[in-house]
Design a protein around this ligand. Structure first.
Ligand code: 7TS
Length: 419
């Protein structure tokens, strides 16, 4: 099964003009250390197109007001924009209702919300939570803390030396005690695309609830939560060309209805007295306090931008760039790619014999090339491959072959310097 089949079949006929697309991103037009910026740290965060920056500006210049509480013009405009953004996000994810779209500060908070609200109500001592060896720390540590607090047991499905999930082992680890399965859709450290649809089906067969960490998948793969049939899905805005501090949790309505609130305060209540407080309806029950209004508006602008280009053509373009970079990097002696899964997107992680990743990153920076080095908040992946860290080039929709050439050129010079 190819998880990309859904997007490739949806490829619109128009061509993807990367050179035109690059002009939409002001930050890409600058020089760093006298060299044109080559931005290859997209898995950490993406640059923002002008339409996103303008949407934020528009809100703060003209519409700034609090939402859901004012009867005045600005508050109505802000509320309409904020709730309109929720509808755009709903459509982007293919969710049935806006009640299933909870605003959060990002994927991390979305996962923690599931741990605090769903897991604490539904998982007991001795029950099991299954995750994979390639999770980001934000889908490991909340479960470790939860298990420490409750006596639940954390199980880990292993990966092979290509950085692919060992599906048979995963299946064996699903038992009648498994209550929740947390799975990363695309690994930020390896680029591996997991067969999440199949993993979800297997988890459901075992009676478990599923949580997909789609932080890295959303910018590259069209997501349809109904088709995946996931119970929860976490996503960050800033990884898909939107503002930081913004994200969503998708949750199936029936599960969300049964969950207690997350944080408590304004907006999440229906009625408050010192005797009894009742809670607001979905999705507001999970959204205490003044939200990141501008963040939602910018997030919407980013999703519309991506949708206009088409995720099908974006992912086809990025696949070409990743393939080209993978071929070219292997020309450099001493390079070992970490993460050679058959299905990959977005990420090229590597180590260079005799060179510390952070030295590579530091020297590349002087060539105007931005990459990330270190453990990428996926230390267990580093432990699997016996490395302290890697250097990672991660690609976005605006990267072109020229970026790859500059990256490879800078890497070759870096290698010479470090020898
Ligand atoms: N899940 C995955 C797979 C991620 O890659 C990240 C961030 C997160 C969750 C957390 O997202 P946040 O928006 O809540 O912070 N990954 C990275 C990275 O690879 N480099 O910097 C952050």
């Amino acid at each position: 099964m190819n998880p990309l089949s859904a997007v490739t079949s949806a490829i619109p006929i128009h061509r993807f003009d990367v050179e035109r697309v690059r002009t939409d991103f002001p930050a890409l037009q600058q020089k760093v250390h006298g060299k044109p910026l080559v931005y290859l740290d997209n898995a950490a965060t993406t640059q923002k197109p002008s339409c996103v920056i303008e949407a934020l500006e528009h809100y703060y210049y003209l519409d700034n007001a609090n939402v859901h509480r004012g009867v005045h013009e600005l508050s109505e405009r802000a509320t309409d924009a904020f709730e309109g953004a929720r509808e755009t996000i709903r459509a982007f994810l293919g969710a049935a209702s806006v009640k299933e779209i909870i605003y959060t500060s990002g994927a991390t908070e979305s996962i923690n919300l599931v741990a605090y609200c769903w897991a604490h109500k539904n998982i007991r001592s001795g029950d099991e939570i299954l995750i994979t060896e390639m999770e980001h720390h934000s889908n490991i540590v909340p479960w470790q803390l939860f298990c420490q607090q409750t006596g639940a047991v954390l199980k880990v499905a292993p990966i092979n030396d290509d950085g692919e999930l060992m599906l048979e082992e995963y299946e064996k680890l699903l038992t009648p005690k498994t209550r929740l399965v947390g799975m990363v859709y695309v690994s930020n450290a390896l680029g591996t695309i997991n067969p999440v649809k199949q993993m979800i089906r297997l988890a459901h067969d075992a009676g478990a609830v599923t949580l997909v960490d789609a932080a890295q998948a959303a910018p590259h793969i069209a997501i349809d939560v109904k088709d995946l049939d996931c119970d929860f899905l976490a996503m960050s805005s800033h990884k898909i060309y939107g503002p930081t501090g913004m994200g969503v949790l998708f949750g199936k309505q029936a599960l969300l209805e049964e969950m207690p609130p997350f944080q408590a305060g304004g907006d999440m209540i229906e009625y408050v007295s010192f005797d009894k407080t009742t809670f607001n309806k979905l999705p507001y029950k999970f959204e205490a306090g003044t939200p990141h209004i501008a963040g939602a508006i910018g997030f919407e602008a980013a999703l519309k931008y991506v949708q206009e280009l088409g995720l099908g053509v974006i992912s086809a373009h990025e696949r070409g760039i990743l393939q080209y970079a993978t071929q070219r990097i292997l020309d450099i002696p001493g390079v070992r790619i970490i993460g050679t899964a058959a299905l990959k997107c977005g990420v090229l992680s590597f180590v260079l014999e005799g060179a510390h990743p952070s030295d590579i990153g530091t020297i590349m920076n002087y060539h105007g090339v931005a990459i990330r080095t270190g453990h990428h908040c996926a230390m267990p992946v580093m432990q699997h491959f016996g490395v302290a860290g890697t250097a990672r080039a991660s690609f976005g929709l605006y990267n072109n072959r020229g970026d790859v050439d500059a990256f490879i050129g800078a890497l070759a010079k870096t290698k010479e310097m470090l020898e």
